[in-house]
Design a protein around this ligand. Structure first.
Ligand code: NAG
Ligand code: NAG
Ligand code: NAG
Ligand code: NAG
Ligand code: NAG
Ligand code: NAG
Ligand code: NAG
Length: 468
């Protein structure tokens, strides 16, 4: 009798618990067709580092370089000026590499935002920590689908910038080996670095430059790379940089995932079949992931679009944008606008950079749908901003990107805005200078999606709710 009463009570309590969880979830994300209602508080980045709810095995943790999960975190808020300037510098670098124009460079928004001359473009927004050598040393590297060579600073330094972790010392690793000048990988290397290789004795010497003053140079070598305890790549070719200049933020180097023989993707082809995926978390205080191989894909439903090769630079992952909808209404933009200079998907660029024709249409439809909200001054280059500080909830129009293959990707609300402050929340898109400038689909818009790079299949996939 008593036990049956107890089990009944348990069932009621459990039911109430399930209901309350359900209703708090419902309150968080209400999808009304073409509009989405969210609490304003859900837009603000979490103050503390929060773990991912999606901890699959064979996974590297992906964290924002300035967020509370980063080793560089100083307890203070993110310097938004820094983020905005870095993004423009990176975009200029990318556009100079994919531009159709003879000058090869775009002066993106220079009229609006003045960029300090010393700004290196080598600034990617997210970092991962890997292990290098035997015994392995942990190194935190910029995660970059826009470049191919993986490198880290190495002792003995001719010139090394400050980094938070001890600088890698090859003489303390039993698995380090130099690559010979005559090795095929040394001869092929310039395709991945855009720089000639050299020889020191018979040892291959690499260099890689990233616009203005940023570069790394040193020995091209092999090491044991430990991604996770069960994912180890032996004889991994990387740059052991003894001479490094530029503004690399205190991180040990870079993990290159672009399409080139020297990329980790090609080097691990037999293990992972040139297949990787990542998820950028909703908040700069969240933890996303980077994972290699097909078996690790977690999303229930995936939409794939063909991977495009940009003739000017086959390293980048090209993507074919066919349209944008706001509030369920397709914008009237000729689809050729997106293919003018080509479009790429990039892990390291924060915003999405659109042709002015597309941006103007997006901005105007968005402003119309948001007409009842208080606008705020621009935070250049972001020029469509709102003050939500006195509101508890907001209702925003859905923004949908259409890609070749007839797939539609409905952005998460965290993928629409850049939040400087609840009183300054900006549409996270930027207009290029000209319709002929390269289009970049940035990492804000990729938030919460599992983004899959199936290189042999020639396709890029998007899975909603890949991480939180
Ligand atoms: C963040 O962490 C600190 C220290 O652990 C704690 O005092 C604070 O309440 C946390 N803040 C939030 C918003 O969780
Ligand atoms: C994940 O890793 C743990 C510890 O290494 C192991 O026990 C578990 O079986 C793994 N799970 C999967 C799905 O591979
Ligand atoms: C933020 O970054 C900008 C650009 O690098 C710099 O000039 C400014 O001093 C930084 N602000 C703070 C508070 O660190
Ligand atoms: C590097 O760090 C050391 C020790 O913290 C400091 O003395 C030095 O000024 C730093 N150098 C640069 C270029 O920031
Ligand atoms: C790698 O080559 C450099 C330059 O020739 C040499 O100083 C270093 O000892 C070599 N390292 C190993 C492990 O062979
Ligand atoms: C703005 O508010 C008015 C009055 O509440 C309402 O009639 C109108 O539909 C709203 N406009 C938009 C775009 O939501
Ligand atoms: C982009 O997609 C459109 C529509 O599916 C197609 O007609 C066009 O050929 C594609 N362009 C490229 C470069 O793949």
């Amino acid at each position: 009798m008593a036990s049956s009463f107890l089990s009944k009570l348990m069932r009621i309590l459990l039911c109430a618990f399930v209901l309350s969880v359900h209703s708090s979830f419902e309150k968080k994300v209400l999808v009304h067709g073409a509009q989405i209602t969210v609490p304003v508080s859900s837009l603000s980045p979490s103050v503390n580092c929060t773990a991912s709810t999606n901890n699959v095995n064979s996974t590297l943790k992906l964290v924002h370089k300035y967020g509370p999960c980063s080793q560089l975190f100083d307890g203070g808020p993110i310097n938004h000026t820094q983020v905005l300037l870095e993004d423009i510098a990176r975009v200029k670098w990318i556009q100079s590499k994919i531009s159709n124009s003879i000058s090869g460079t775009s002066d993106l928004k220079e009229s609006k935002v003045s960029l300090p001359a010393s700004y290196g473009p080598y600034r990617s927004s997210y970092v991962v920590t890997i292990g290098l050598g035997t015994p392995k040393k942990d190194l935190t590297l910029s995660f970059d689908t826009g470049s191919a060579l993986t490198w880290t600073q190495c002792e003995p330094c001719i010139s090394c910038y400050n980094q938070t972790e001890p600088i890698f010392n090859p003489s303390q690793s039993s698995s380090y080996a130099n690559i010979s000048c005559s090795a095929l990988s040394c001869i092929q290397l310039p395709s991945g670095t855009d720089q000639l290789t050299g020889c020191s004795g018979s040892t291959c010497v690499y260099g890689a430059a990233y616009g203005d003053a940023s570069f790394t140079a040193g020995f091209f070598a092999t090491e044991t790379l430990t991604l996770t305890p069960t994912d180890v790549i032996t004889n991994f070719e990387f740059g052991c940089g003894e001479n490094n200049q530029g503004t690399f933020e205190g991180f040990a180097g870079l993990l290159g995932l672009a399409r080139d023989p020297v990329s980790i993707i090609e080097q691990s082809a037999t293990q992972y079949g040139r297949y990787f995926s990542y998820c950028i978390p909703r908040s700069t205080g969240g933890t996303g992931y980077l994972t290699f191989g097909k078996g690790t894909v977690t999303s229930a439903s995936l939409n794939f679009t063909p991977m495009v090769t940009i003739a000017q630079n086959p390293l980048f992952y090209g993507i074919n944008i066919t349209g944008i909808s706001v509030g369920g209404n397709p914008l009237s933009i000729p689809s050729t606008v997106f293919s003018n200079a080509g479009a790429i998907i990039d892990s390291g660029t924060t915003f999405t950079y659109l042709p002015p024709t597309a941006y103007t249409a997006l901005q105007s439809a968005f402003k119309e749908a948001m007409a009842n909200y208080t606008s705020a001054p621009p935070a250049l280059p972001l020029d469509t901003c709102y003050d939500f500080s006195l509101l508890s909830d907001i209702t925003v129009p859905a923004i949908t990107f259409s890609f070749d293959g007839s797939i539609n990707v409905d952005l998460d609300v965290s993928g629409m805005f850049y939040v400087l402050d609840p009183s300054l929340v900006c549409l996270a898109f930027v207009a290029n200078n000209a319709d002929s400038d390269g289009v970049i689909y940035g990492n804000t818009q990729q938030r919460t999606f599992e983004v899959i790079y199936d290189v042999p299949g020639g396709q890029i996939g998007f899975g909603a709710q890949g991480c939180s």
